[in-house]
Design a protein around this ligand. Structure first.
Ligand code: ZN
Length: 126
């Protein structure tokens, strides 16, 4: 799996950021819900169940972009520390995470990837 999971996660984050930007995520303002209506800053759309309106507003593009940035920082921290294969360093004979020392890929990376488990490109363990 090595870096496949990291490449996969970056690709998903790129897609989410691109979609958010295409919704004017950088400058549009905040999406809000008012009862059955979602205000998308450039117009309002009525007809939602109030709970669904709140859920849609939660996907405000600016918030999505902040979430993508936060996930990229987590990815950067949990970088691969490859095994050296040095017999003098038996504790370093496995790929692990440089941040937490867990076996690669660490639980934090697997948790970041878990929402995309049904994606056709999701890397499967050999
Ligand atoms: Zn880690």
């Amino acid at each position: 799996m090595s870096q496949d999971l990291v490449r996969f996660l970056h690709a998903r984050l790129d897609e989410e950021a691109d979609l958010a930007r295409r919704c004017d995520g950088d400058d549009c303002g905040e999406w809000t819900a008012h009862g059955h209506t979602v205000d998308f800053c450039q117009g309002e759309l009525p007809g939602f169940h109030p709970t669904i309106a709140l859920h849609v507003a939660l996907h405000d593009p600016s918030r999505v972009l902040r979430e993508v940035q936060a996930k990229r920082r987590v990815l950067a921290r949990h970088a691969l520390s490859p095994a050296t294969g040095d017999p003098e360093l038996p504790w370093d004979n496995r790929d692990d995470c440089q941040y937490d020392g867990e076996t690669w890929p660490c639980d934090d990376l697997l948790d970041l990837a878990s929402p995309y488990a049904d994606h056709p490109d999701y890397p499967r363990r050999p």
